[in-house]
Design a protein around this ligand. Structure first.
Ligand code: NAD
Ligand code: UFG
Length: 336
């Protein structure tokens, strides 16, 4: 298939682009490179021996999006482009709603005009908010607790309404849990700008000597070791989930929702210890107060994806840490 990947230069987009190319698809990427660099895609080209056609523009530029659809006959779109920092979304809500919601509306309008009605969308477990009704299934009520999460919830609503209004759309909403790790080559991986918000990139930067120690947010949660529990999923497993979803929507119409997680939770301390095993030396940490808004426990019920897509995550926490470390240690400053 000829596939448009929005946000394809980013962390999950670059890994998924690699898998799409390896499956023989033709990939066109649109990315404004606000949170990424084209180097990721050059490396994907190196790894696959295939070309990626990158268009550097913003989805807010509706005319440019229209033009791209006029010039290409896409069979499907995988839509990663979006801003994802929870704290920044609280500070700049209008920016987040504009970028994520309006950007998606522009994309959908161009798709409709061009008669392209097959979409895989990056949603997030953040739509479940602080629910601790674990495991979280697709039937768990949505209750996002911050502007970023609400952009995902609103886009899910828009896509559901679209599927109701026009039954020729095929839409997969993928709710990712906590993506970590990197391609086994160590050539591509997550390259956060500034201080990482998420646990794994922070731990990796401590391990490589860029930061002194990990601050563990809270050790008084009602969990076995008192620290928060999350469902970490290897980015290559996640990428495989997109291919499975694309395959599913290829000859079905409707709006489908799937959790992409492993179904198993690990505590912050378990993650820090696993990373220490990957690097060969313990990662220094210190307990700190809870981070406001954090749930104690979050992990997926991934059974719907297994039943419908025949997809399940294969890589365990040690593999996630080993691959993340290979990327971080061979690229201590990311792509720069
Ligand atoms: P990322 O920031 O690495 O990738 C997103 C890409 O989209 C970036 O390359 C960025 O430059 C681009 N982009 C953003 N707004 C754009 C716009 N208006 N026009 C064109 N390009 C634009 O993030 P990621 O971790 O790869 O996440 C991909 C998607 O998955 C996002 O939608 C994110 O919200 C979602 N998601 C991520 C996580 C996570 O923890 N990484 C978890 C759940 C959901
Ligand atoms: N944590 C620390 N120290 C840190 C960073 C995180 O102790 O420096 C803890 C958190 O308190 C939490 C766990 O590590 O218990 C995981 O935190 P992350 O920030 O890595 O992940 P979250 O589950 O909080 O949130 C992430 C994204 C959300 C997304 C969610 C599910 O930031 O946007 O995963 O996909 F919705």
């Amino acid at each position: 298939m000829k596939i448009l990947v929005t946000g394809g230069a980013g962390y999950i987009g670059s890994h998924t682009t690699l898998c799409l190319l390896e499956e023989g698809h033709e990939v066109v990427v649109v990315d404004n490179l606000r949170n990424s660099t084209s180097v990721s895609l050059r490396r994907v080209e190196r790894l696959t021996g295939r070309r990626v056609d990158l268009h550097e523009f913003d989805l807010l530029d509706a005319l440019a999006v229209d033009k791209l659809f006029e010039e290409n006959q896409f069979e499907a779109v995988v839509h990663f482009a979006g801003l994802k920092a929870v704290g920044e979304s609280v500070q700049k809500p209008l920016f987040y709603y504009q970028n994520n919601v309006v950007g998606t509306l522009n994309l959908l309008q161009s798709m409709e005009k061009a008669n392209v009605r097959r979409l895989v969308f990056s949603s997030s477990a953040t739509v479940y908010g602080a629910s601790e009704d674990v495991p979280l299934s697709e039937k768990t009520p949505l209750a996002a607790t911050n502007p970023y999460g609400r952009t995902k919830e609103q886009i899910e609503d828009i896509l559901s309404d679209l599927g109701t209004a026009d039954s020729s759309w095929s839409i997969a909403l993928l709710r990712y849990f906590n993506p970590v790790g990197a391609h086994e080559s160590g050539l591509i991986g997550e390259d956060p700008q500034g201080v990482p918000n998420n646990l794994l990139p922070f731990v990796a930067q401590v391990a490589v000597g860029r930061r002194e120690k990990v601050l563990v947010f809270g050790n008084d949660y009602p969990t076995p070791d008192g620290t928060g529990i999350r469902d970490y999923i290897h980015v290559m497993d996640l990428a495989a989930g997109h291919l499975a979803a694309l395959d599913y929507v290829k000859d079905r119409t409707g709006v489908f929702r799937w959790n992409l997680g492993t179904g198993r939770g690990y505590s912050v301390i378990e993650v820090i210890e696993a990373f220490g095993r990957a690097t060969g030396s313990p990662v220094p940490f210190q307990f700190a107060p809870r981070r406001p808004g954090d749930a104690a426990v979050s992990y997926a019920d991934p059974s719907a994806a297994l039943a419908d897509l025949r997809w399940s995550a294969r890589k365990d926490l040690d593999q996630m840490c080993a691959d993340h470390w290979r990327w971080q240690s061979t690229n201590p400053h990311g792509f720069s």
